[in-house]
Write a protein that binds this ligand. Structure first.
Ligand SMILES: [Zn+2]
Length: 497
Protein backbone atom coordinates (compact mmCIF):
# COMPACT_ATOMS: atom_id res chain seq x y z
CA UNK A 1 0.00 0.00 0.00
CA UNK A 2 1.46 3.32 -1.06
CA UNK A 3 -0.39 6.25 0.54
CA UNK A 4 0.24 9.90 -0.23
CA UNK A 5 -0.43 12.28 2.71
CA UNK A 6 -0.82 16.04 2.82
CA UNK A 7 -2.47 18.74 4.92
CA UNK A 8 -3.92 22.15 4.19
CA UNK A 9 -5.36 24.04 7.13
CA UNK A 10 -7.09 27.41 6.99
CA UNK A 11 -10.51 28.61 8.21
CA UNK A 12 -11.88 31.57 6.26
CA UNK A 13 -13.46 34.88 7.18
CA UNK A 14 -15.33 36.42 4.22
CA UNK A 15 -15.70 39.72 6.07
CA UNK A 16 -12.03 40.30 6.85
CA UNK A 17 -10.16 43.21 5.28
CA UNK A 18 -7.02 41.04 5.30
CA UNK A 19 -5.97 38.32 2.91
CA UNK A 20 -4.00 35.26 3.95
CA UNK A 21 -0.62 34.94 2.23
CA UNK A 22 2.42 32.72 2.41
CA UNK A 23 3.72 34.58 5.50
CA UNK A 24 0.66 33.31 7.44
CA UNK A 25 1.40 29.64 6.72
CA UNK A 26 3.85 27.22 8.30
CA UNK A 27 4.81 24.95 5.42
CA UNK A 28 6.82 21.73 5.63
CA UNK A 29 7.42 18.99 3.10
CA UNK A 30 8.69 15.43 2.75
CA UNK A 31 10.72 14.05 5.67
CA UNK A 32 10.09 17.21 7.67
CA UNK A 33 6.34 16.49 7.42
CA UNK A 34 6.86 12.93 8.69
CA UNK A 35 8.99 14.21 11.58
CA UNK A 36 6.37 16.80 12.52
CA UNK A 37 3.58 14.21 12.33
CA UNK A 38 5.30 11.95 14.87
CA UNK A 39 4.73 14.19 17.87
CA UNK A 40 1.65 15.94 16.54
CA UNK A 41 -1.92 15.88 17.88
CA UNK A 42 -3.14 16.81 14.39
CA UNK A 43 -5.28 14.60 12.18
CA UNK A 44 -2.22 14.15 9.98
CA UNK A 45 -0.35 12.78 13.00
CA UNK A 46 -3.15 10.31 13.79
CA UNK A 47 -3.44 9.18 10.16
CA UNK A 48 0.31 8.63 9.79
CA UNK A 49 0.39 6.46 12.92
CA UNK A 50 -2.40 4.18 11.59
CA UNK A 51 -0.86 4.02 8.12
CA UNK A 52 2.53 3.06 9.58
CA UNK A 53 0.92 0.37 11.79
CA UNK A 54 -0.85 -1.00 8.71
CA UNK A 55 2.45 -1.42 6.90
CA UNK A 56 1.67 1.26 4.32
CA UNK A 57 4.46 3.14 2.62
CA UNK A 58 3.78 6.80 3.45
CA UNK A 59 4.56 9.25 0.65
CA UNK A 60 4.73 12.70 2.28
CA UNK A 61 3.56 15.72 0.30
CA UNK A 62 3.28 19.18 1.80
CA UNK A 63 1.66 20.41 5.00
CA UNK A 64 0.54 24.06 5.11
CA UNK A 65 -1.08 25.33 8.31
CA UNK A 66 -2.33 28.89 8.90
CA UNK A 67 -4.32 30.54 11.66
CA UNK A 68 -7.88 31.39 10.52
CA UNK A 69 -8.36 34.68 8.69
CA UNK A 70 -9.29 36.46 5.47
CA UNK A 71 -9.40 34.77 2.07
CA UNK A 72 -6.25 32.93 0.99
CA UNK A 73 -4.56 34.60 -1.98
CA UNK A 74 -5.65 32.84 -5.17
CA UNK A 75 -2.10 32.51 -6.49
CA UNK A 76 -0.91 30.91 -3.25
CA UNK A 77 -3.79 28.44 -3.18
CA UNK A 78 -3.16 27.48 -6.81
CA UNK A 79 0.51 26.91 -6.03
CA UNK A 80 -0.21 24.67 -3.02
CA UNK A 81 -2.99 22.80 -4.86
CA UNK A 82 -0.88 22.22 -7.96
CA UNK A 83 2.06 20.96 -5.92
CA UNK A 84 -0.18 18.37 -4.20
CA UNK A 85 -1.97 17.36 -7.42
CA UNK A 86 1.25 17.05 -9.44
CA UNK A 87 2.77 14.84 -6.74
CA UNK A 88 -0.29 12.57 -6.85
CA UNK A 89 -0.12 12.44 -10.66
CA UNK A 90 3.57 11.54 -10.55
CA UNK A 91 3.38 9.00 -7.72
CA UNK A 92 0.06 7.32 -8.64
CA UNK A 93 -0.47 6.11 -5.04
CA UNK A 94 -3.03 3.50 -3.95
CA UNK A 95 -4.44 5.92 -1.42
CA UNK A 96 -4.48 9.66 -0.69
CA UNK A 97 -5.04 10.95 2.83
CA UNK A 98 -5.77 14.65 3.34
CA UNK A 99 -5.92 16.57 6.62
CA UNK A 100 -8.00 19.64 5.73
CA UNK A 101 -9.81 22.22 7.80
CA UNK A 102 -12.65 22.33 5.28
CA UNK A 103 -13.70 25.98 5.60
CA UNK A 104 -10.96 27.63 3.59
CA UNK A 105 -11.94 30.37 1.16
CA UNK A 106 -9.74 32.08 -1.40
CA UNK A 107 -10.18 35.45 -3.10
CA UNK A 108 -12.39 33.82 -5.77
CA UNK A 109 -13.15 30.28 -4.56
CA UNK A 110 -15.79 29.42 -1.96
CA UNK A 111 -14.87 25.75 -1.89
CA UNK A 112 -11.14 25.42 -2.54
CA UNK A 113 -10.96 22.06 -0.73
CA UNK A 114 -13.66 20.67 -3.05
CA UNK A 115 -11.61 22.00 -5.96
CA UNK A 116 -8.49 20.30 -4.55
CA UNK A 117 -10.20 16.95 -3.95
CA UNK A 118 -11.71 16.88 -7.48
CA UNK A 119 -8.32 17.76 -8.98
CA UNK A 120 -6.68 14.95 -6.97
CA UNK A 121 -9.39 12.52 -8.12
CA UNK A 122 -8.75 13.48 -11.74
CA UNK A 123 -5.00 13.04 -11.32
CA UNK A 124 -5.24 9.77 -9.36
CA UNK A 125 -7.98 8.04 -11.32
CA UNK A 126 -11.15 6.30 -10.09
CA UNK A 127 -9.42 3.37 -8.33
CA UNK A 128 -7.42 5.40 -5.79
CA UNK A 129 -8.97 5.60 -2.33
CA UNK A 130 -9.16 9.21 -1.12
CA UNK A 131 -9.80 9.71 2.60
CA UNK A 132 -10.20 13.13 4.18
CA UNK A 133 -10.58 14.28 7.75
CA UNK A 134 -12.01 17.74 8.43
CA UNK A 135 -12.48 20.13 11.31
CA UNK A 136 -16.12 19.93 12.47
CA UNK A 137 -16.44 23.63 11.56
CA UNK A 138 -15.95 22.74 7.89
CA UNK A 139 -18.10 23.98 5.04
CA UNK A 140 -18.64 20.49 3.68
CA UNK A 141 -19.74 20.45 0.05
CA UNK A 142 -21.08 17.99 -2.55
CA UNK A 143 -17.80 18.39 -4.48
CA UNK A 144 -15.81 17.06 -1.49
CA UNK A 145 -18.18 14.12 -1.01
CA UNK A 146 -18.25 13.41 -4.77
CA UNK A 147 -14.48 13.37 -5.11
CA UNK A 148 -13.45 11.47 -1.96
CA UNK A 149 -14.35 7.98 -0.75
CA UNK A 150 -14.26 8.88 2.94
CA UNK A 151 -14.87 12.32 4.50
CA UNK A 152 -15.22 12.55 8.27
CA UNK A 153 -15.13 15.28 10.92
CA UNK A 154 -13.55 15.42 14.32
CA UNK A 155 -16.30 15.07 16.92
CA UNK A 156 -15.32 17.36 19.77
CA UNK A 157 -15.20 21.11 20.28
CA UNK A 158 -12.78 22.17 21.75
CA UNK A 159 -10.98 19.89 19.34
CA UNK A 160 -9.37 17.26 21.54
CA UNK A 161 -9.74 14.56 18.90
CA UNK A 162 -8.14 15.76 15.66
CA UNK A 163 -5.76 12.79 15.90
CA UNK A 164 -8.67 10.38 16.38
CA UNK A 165 -10.37 11.79 13.25
CA UNK A 166 -7.17 11.23 11.26
CA UNK A 167 -6.86 7.72 12.67
CA UNK A 168 -10.45 6.88 11.72
CA UNK A 169 -10.12 8.26 8.20
CA UNK A 170 -6.92 6.23 7.73
CA UNK A 171 -8.55 3.09 9.17
CA UNK A 172 -11.42 3.40 6.70
CA UNK A 173 -8.92 3.95 3.86
CA UNK A 174 -6.94 0.84 4.80
CA UNK A 175 -10.15 -1.22 5.07
CA UNK A 176 -11.26 0.08 1.65
CA UNK A 177 -7.89 -0.67 0.06
CA UNK A 178 -8.09 -4.20 1.44
CA UNK A 179 -11.60 -4.52 -0.08
CA UNK A 180 -13.10 -5.22 3.34
CA UNK A 181 -15.53 -2.28 3.17
CA UNK A 182 -17.25 -0.25 0.43
CA UNK A 183 -18.05 3.17 1.92
CA UNK A 184 -21.15 5.07 0.77
CA UNK A 185 -22.04 8.46 2.21
CA UNK A 186 -25.35 10.23 2.85
CA UNK A 187 -25.52 13.96 3.67
CA UNK A 188 -28.17 16.50 4.59
CA UNK A 189 -27.69 20.25 4.91
CA UNK A 190 -29.73 22.41 7.31
CA UNK A 191 -30.10 26.17 6.64
CA UNK A 192 -29.01 27.12 10.13
CA UNK A 193 -26.22 29.30 11.46
CA UNK A 194 -25.15 29.88 15.03
CA UNK A 195 -22.27 31.35 16.99
CA UNK A 196 -22.97 30.19 20.52
CA UNK A 197 -23.51 26.91 22.38
CA UNK A 198 -20.95 25.43 20.02
CA UNK A 199 -19.20 23.19 22.51
CA UNK A 200 -19.91 19.49 22.15
CA UNK A 201 -19.60 18.71 25.85
CA UNK A 202 -22.60 20.76 26.97
CA UNK A 203 -25.86 22.21 25.66
CA UNK A 204 -27.67 21.16 22.50
CA UNK A 205 -24.60 19.76 20.72
CA UNK A 206 -23.91 17.41 23.65
CA UNK A 207 -27.44 16.01 23.21
CA UNK A 208 -26.98 15.66 19.43
CA UNK A 209 -23.63 13.93 19.78
CA UNK A 210 -25.08 11.49 22.32
CA UNK A 211 -27.78 10.67 19.76
CA UNK A 212 -25.06 10.37 17.08
CA UNK A 213 -23.16 7.82 19.15
CA UNK A 214 -26.37 5.83 19.83
CA UNK A 215 -27.19 5.69 16.11
CA UNK A 216 -23.64 4.62 15.28
CA UNK A 217 -23.70 1.86 17.90
CA UNK A 218 -27.13 0.58 16.83
CA UNK A 219 -26.21 -0.36 13.25
CA UNK A 220 -22.96 -2.23 12.56
CA UNK A 221 -23.10 -1.16 8.91
CA UNK A 222 -22.50 2.45 9.94
CA UNK A 223 -18.80 3.36 9.84
CA UNK A 224 -19.02 7.03 10.82
CA UNK A 225 -21.55 9.76 11.53
CA UNK A 226 -20.28 13.35 11.50
CA UNK A 227 -21.95 16.62 12.48
CA UNK A 228 -20.54 19.75 10.84
CA UNK A 229 -21.14 23.21 12.35
CA UNK A 230 -19.97 25.38 9.46
CA UNK A 231 -17.84 28.24 10.74
CA UNK A 232 -19.83 31.44 11.27
CA UNK A 233 -17.69 33.90 9.30
CA UNK A 234 -17.78 32.39 5.81
CA UNK A 235 -20.37 33.77 3.42
CA UNK A 236 -20.72 30.85 1.02
CA UNK A 237 -23.62 29.06 -0.61
CA UNK A 238 -25.02 26.34 1.67
CA UNK A 239 -22.62 27.32 4.43
CA UNK A 240 -25.01 25.49 6.71
CA UNK A 241 -25.10 22.71 9.24
CA UNK A 242 -24.40 19.34 7.68
CA UNK A 243 -24.88 15.79 8.91
CA UNK A 244 -23.12 12.94 7.11
CA UNK A 245 -23.10 9.18 7.60
CA UNK A 246 -20.88 6.57 5.98
CA UNK A 247 -22.19 3.01 5.72
CA UNK A 248 -20.57 -0.13 4.41
CA UNK A 249 -22.28 -0.69 1.06
CA UNK A 250 -25.69 0.35 2.37
CA UNK A 251 -26.98 3.76 1.25
CA UNK A 252 -30.26 3.24 3.11
CA UNK A 253 -28.51 2.75 6.46
CA UNK A 254 -26.56 5.97 5.90
CA UNK A 255 -29.65 7.82 4.77
CA UNK A 256 -31.73 6.71 7.77
CA UNK A 257 -29.10 7.83 10.29
CA UNK A 258 -28.68 11.23 8.64
CA UNK A 259 -32.45 11.76 8.45
CA UNK A 260 -32.95 11.02 12.16
CA UNK A 261 -30.09 13.21 13.34
CA UNK A 262 -30.88 16.12 11.00
CA UNK A 263 -34.48 16.27 12.24
CA UNK A 264 -33.29 16.32 15.87
CA UNK A 265 -30.83 19.08 15.00
CA UNK A 266 -33.47 21.24 13.30
CA UNK A 267 -35.86 20.89 16.26
CA UNK A 268 -33.14 22.29 18.55
CA UNK A 269 -32.35 25.30 16.37
CA UNK A 270 -33.60 27.86 18.90
CA UNK A 271 -31.34 26.50 21.67
CA UNK A 272 -28.10 28.00 20.32
CA UNK A 273 -28.33 31.17 22.40
CA UNK A 274 -25.29 33.05 23.76
CA UNK A 275 -24.37 32.63 27.42
CA UNK A 276 -20.93 34.27 27.55
CA UNK A 277 -19.78 35.88 30.80
CA UNK A 278 -19.93 39.70 31.21
CA UNK A 279 -16.35 41.05 31.12
CA UNK A 280 -16.74 43.59 33.95
CA UNK A 281 -18.21 40.98 36.30
CA UNK A 282 -15.40 38.53 35.65
CA UNK A 283 -12.71 41.18 36.25
CA UNK A 284 -14.50 42.43 39.38
CA UNK A 285 -14.40 38.89 40.78
CA UNK A 286 -10.66 38.60 40.09
CA UNK A 287 -9.91 42.02 41.56
CA UNK A 288 -11.94 41.25 44.70
CA UNK A 289 -10.23 37.88 45.19
CA UNK A 290 -13.46 35.97 44.56
CA UNK A 291 -11.81 34.18 41.69
CA UNK A 292 -8.52 32.28 41.80
CA UNK A 293 -5.65 33.80 39.84
CA UNK A 294 -4.81 33.69 37.08
CA UNK A 295 -7.95 33.59 34.99
CA UNK A 296 -7.65 33.09 31.25
CA UNK A 297 -10.19 35.04 29.24
CA UNK A 298 -11.39 34.04 25.76
CA UNK A 299 -12.11 37.25 23.82
CA UNK A 300 -15.32 36.10 22.10
CA UNK A 301 -15.70 39.10 19.79
CA UNK A 302 -12.10 39.11 18.56
CA UNK A 303 -11.33 35.43 18.12
CA UNK A 304 -8.47 34.99 15.70
CA UNK A 305 -9.34 31.31 15.95
CA UNK A 306 -12.63 32.13 14.22
CA UNK A 307 -11.00 34.41 11.63
CA UNK A 308 -11.09 37.81 13.39
CA UNK A 309 -8.03 40.04 12.98
CA UNK A 310 -7.14 40.13 16.67
CA UNK A 311 -6.85 43.93 16.76
CA UNK A 312 -9.65 44.42 19.32
CA UNK A 313 -9.04 46.65 22.33
CA UNK A 314 -12.14 46.11 24.48
CA UNK A 315 -10.38 44.08 27.17
CA UNK A 316 -7.26 46.30 27.24
CA UNK A 317 -9.38 49.42 27.69
CA UNK A 318 -11.44 47.80 30.45
CA UNK A 319 -8.31 46.62 32.29
CA UNK A 320 -6.50 49.96 31.97
CA UNK A 321 -9.48 52.14 32.84
CA UNK A 322 -11.15 50.17 35.62
CA UNK A 323 -8.81 47.45 36.90
CA UNK A 324 -5.26 48.89 36.89
CA UNK A 325 -4.37 46.77 39.93
CA UNK A 326 -4.62 43.57 37.87
CA UNK A 327 -1.49 42.25 36.20
CA UNK A 328 -2.57 41.20 32.75
CA UNK A 329 -1.25 40.17 29.35
CA UNK A 330 -3.28 40.77 26.19
CA UNK A 331 -2.35 39.86 22.60
CA UNK A 332 -3.12 42.48 19.91
CA UNK A 333 -2.44 42.35 16.18
CA UNK A 334 -0.84 45.65 15.15
CA UNK A 335 1.98 45.45 12.57
CA UNK A 336 2.55 49.23 12.64
CA UNK A 337 3.05 49.14 16.42
CA UNK A 338 5.58 46.31 16.08
CA UNK A 339 7.53 48.42 13.56
CA UNK A 340 7.39 51.45 15.86
CA UNK A 341 8.68 49.33 18.76
CA UNK A 342 11.52 47.93 16.61
CA UNK A 343 12.47 51.46 15.59
CA UNK A 344 12.34 52.74 19.18
CA UNK A 345 14.37 49.79 20.50
CA UNK A 346 14.45 47.82 23.76
CA UNK A 347 13.85 49.81 26.91
CA UNK A 348 12.53 52.81 25.02
CA UNK A 349 9.00 54.28 25.17
CA UNK A 350 6.47 54.31 22.34
CA UNK A 351 3.47 56.62 22.47
CA UNK A 352 0.89 55.71 19.87
CA UNK A 353 -2.59 54.22 19.54
CA UNK A 354 -2.70 50.42 19.78
CA UNK A 355 -4.99 48.10 17.81
CA UNK A 356 -8.02 48.79 15.66
CA UNK A 357 -6.07 49.20 12.43
CA UNK A 358 -7.43 46.09 10.74
CA UNK A 359 -11.11 45.74 11.61
CA UNK A 360 -14.09 48.07 11.41
CA UNK A 361 -15.60 49.52 14.55
CA UNK A 362 -12.64 49.22 16.93
CA UNK A 363 -11.38 52.21 18.91
CA UNK A 364 -7.55 52.20 19.14
CA UNK A 365 -6.24 52.44 22.69
CA UNK A 366 -3.78 55.24 23.37
CA UNK A 367 -1.01 54.59 25.87
CA UNK A 368 2.67 55.01 26.66
CA UNK A 369 4.41 51.68 26.20
CA UNK A 370 7.88 50.53 27.28
CA UNK A 371 9.41 48.10 24.78
CA UNK A 372 10.47 45.08 26.87
CA UNK A 373 11.05 42.37 24.23
CA UNK A 374 11.25 42.03 20.46
CA UNK A 375 10.67 38.62 18.86
CA UNK A 376 10.31 36.75 15.59
CA UNK A 377 6.85 35.33 16.40
CA UNK A 378 7.78 31.75 15.66
CA UNK A 379 6.70 29.03 18.07
CA UNK A 380 5.76 25.36 18.27
CA UNK A 381 2.36 24.58 19.79
CA UNK A 382 2.61 22.93 23.23
CA UNK A 383 -0.96 21.65 22.84
CA UNK A 384 -2.94 19.63 23.45
CA UNK A 385 -4.67 21.47 20.56
CA UNK A 386 -2.26 21.41 17.57
CA UNK A 387 0.58 20.01 19.72
CA UNK A 388 3.78 19.94 17.68
CA UNK A 389 2.52 22.31 14.96
CA UNK A 390 4.78 25.26 14.12
CA UNK A 391 3.05 28.66 14.01
CA UNK A 392 3.85 32.22 12.97
CA UNK A 393 2.80 35.44 14.72
CA UNK A 394 5.03 37.56 12.47
CA UNK A 395 7.50 39.88 14.20
CA UNK A 396 6.38 40.66 17.76
CA UNK A 397 6.92 43.27 20.44
CA UNK A 398 6.19 42.84 24.14
CA UNK A 399 5.12 46.24 25.52
CA UNK A 400 4.57 47.16 29.16
CA UNK A 401 2.58 49.90 30.80
CA UNK A 402 2.20 49.62 34.60
CA UNK A 403 0.59 46.22 35.24
CA UNK A 404 -0.41 45.74 31.62
CA UNK A 405 1.65 43.67 29.18
CA UNK A 406 0.72 43.56 25.51
CA UNK A 407 1.98 40.89 23.12
CA UNK A 408 1.82 42.82 19.86
CA UNK A 409 1.92 40.61 16.78
CA UNK A 410 2.36 41.52 13.12
CA UNK A 411 0.01 38.75 11.95
CA UNK A 412 -3.27 37.53 13.44
CA UNK A 413 -1.96 34.42 15.14
CA UNK A 414 -2.73 31.40 17.29
CA UNK A 415 -2.75 32.69 20.89
CA UNK A 416 -4.82 29.85 22.37
CA UNK A 417 -1.57 28.17 23.39
CA UNK A 418 0.74 29.20 26.28
CA UNK A 419 3.71 28.67 23.93
CA UNK A 420 2.61 31.71 21.89
CA UNK A 421 3.33 33.92 24.93
CA UNK A 422 6.30 32.08 26.46
CA UNK A 423 8.16 31.86 23.15
CA UNK A 424 8.05 35.66 22.89
CA UNK A 425 9.32 36.21 26.44
CA UNK A 426 6.08 36.75 28.35
CA UNK A 427 6.11 35.35 31.89
CA UNK A 428 2.65 33.86 32.41
CA UNK A 429 3.36 33.08 36.09
CA UNK A 430 3.34 36.77 37.00
CA UNK A 431 -0.13 37.48 35.51
CA UNK A 432 -3.56 37.73 37.17
CA UNK A 433 -5.33 37.77 33.81
CA UNK A 434 -4.26 36.20 30.50
CA UNK A 435 -6.26 36.92 27.36
CA UNK A 436 -6.48 34.53 24.40
CA UNK A 437 -8.12 35.36 21.08
CA UNK A 438 -9.96 32.06 21.20
CA UNK A 439 -13.37 30.85 22.33
CA UNK A 440 -12.84 27.11 22.73
CA UNK A 441 -9.39 25.63 22.25
CA UNK A 442 -7.67 27.85 24.82
CA UNK A 443 -9.74 25.98 27.41
CA UNK A 444 -7.77 22.79 26.81
CA UNK A 445 -4.36 24.37 26.22
CA UNK A 446 -4.55 26.65 29.31
CA UNK A 447 -6.38 24.13 31.55
CA UNK A 448 -3.26 23.56 33.70
CA UNK A 449 -2.65 27.28 34.23
CA UNK A 450 -5.98 28.59 35.49
CA UNK A 451 -9.72 28.92 35.06
CA UNK A 452 -10.76 29.61 31.45
CA UNK A 453 -13.76 31.88 30.84
CA UNK A 454 -15.20 33.14 27.55
CA UNK A 455 -16.18 36.81 27.95
CA UNK A 456 -18.90 38.60 26.03
CA UNK A 457 -16.95 41.18 24.04
CA UNK A 458 -18.20 42.95 20.91
CA UNK A 459 -16.75 42.12 17.51
CA UNK A 460 -17.13 40.21 14.31
CA UNK A 461 -16.73 36.78 15.91
CA UNK A 462 -19.46 37.30 18.52
CA UNK A 463 -22.34 36.37 16.23
CA UNK A 464 -25.79 37.84 16.65
CA UNK A 465 -28.51 37.83 13.95
CA UNK A 466 -28.04 40.90 11.75
CA UNK A 467 -24.38 41.44 12.73
CA UNK A 468 -22.87 40.28 9.43
CA UNK A 469 -23.91 41.19 5.86
CA UNK A 470 -24.43 37.61 4.63
CA UNK A 471 -25.39 37.39 0.96
CA UNK A 472 -24.60 33.91 -0.39
CA UNK A 473 -25.45 32.02 2.77
CA UNK A 474 -29.13 33.04 2.81
CA UNK A 475 -31.90 32.26 3.43
CA UNK A 476 -30.70 30.89 6.71
CA UNK A 477 -32.09 30.66 10.25
CA UNK A 478 -32.00 32.87 12.36
CA UNK A 479 -31.16 35.62 9.81
CA UNK A 480 -34.34 34.83 7.86
CA UNK A 481 -37.73 33.19 8.23
CA UNK A 482 -36.92 29.72 6.98
CA UNK A 483 -39.40 26.97 6.28
CA UNK A 484 -38.76 23.45 7.46
CA UNK A 485 -36.02 22.08 5.20
CA UNK A 486 -36.18 18.98 3.03
CA UNK A 487 -34.46 16.38 5.19
CA UNK A 488 -34.01 13.91 2.31
CA UNK A 489 -30.33 13.01 2.26
CA UNK A 490 -28.17 13.10 -0.84
CA UNK A 491 -26.27 9.86 -1.41
CA UNK A 492 -22.66 9.85 -2.64
CA UNK A 493 -21.86 6.35 -3.85
CA UNK A 494 -18.58 5.94 -5.69
CA UNK A 495 -19.38 2.27 -6.42
CA UNK A 496 -21.96 3.51 -8.96
CA UNK A 497 -19.63 6.16 -10.37
ZN1 LIG B 1 -12.93 24.03 14.42
Amino acid sequence: MRVFVSSLFHEGNSFSRLTTGVENFSIVRGDELLKKAQGSSSSLGGACRILAQSGAEILPGLSAVSAPGGPVEDSLFRRLRDEIVEAVRRLQPDGVYLDLHGAMITQTLDDPEGDLIIAIRNAAGPGTVIAVSLDLHAHVTPAMLDGADVVIACKENPHTDYDRAGERAAELMVESLNRRIAPVTAATWLPLIFGAQMETGRGPLAVLHRRRRELLAADPKLLDISIYNCTTLVDVERGWQCVTAIADGDPEAARAAVDTLARDFWLRRSEFVPDFAPLAEVLADVAAGRSEKPVILGDQGDRVLAGAAGDGTTIIAELANRWPMLRAVVPVTDPAMVKAAQQAGLGEDVIRPLGGGLSKGITPFLGTWRVSRLGDGHFIHAGPYLRGEPAELGDTAVLRSHNLTVLVTSLPGFTQDPAAFRSQGVDLAEQDVIVAKSGYHFKISFADIGRCIVVDTPGISNYRPGLLPFAKRRPVYPEDDVQEPDFAATVFDRRIA
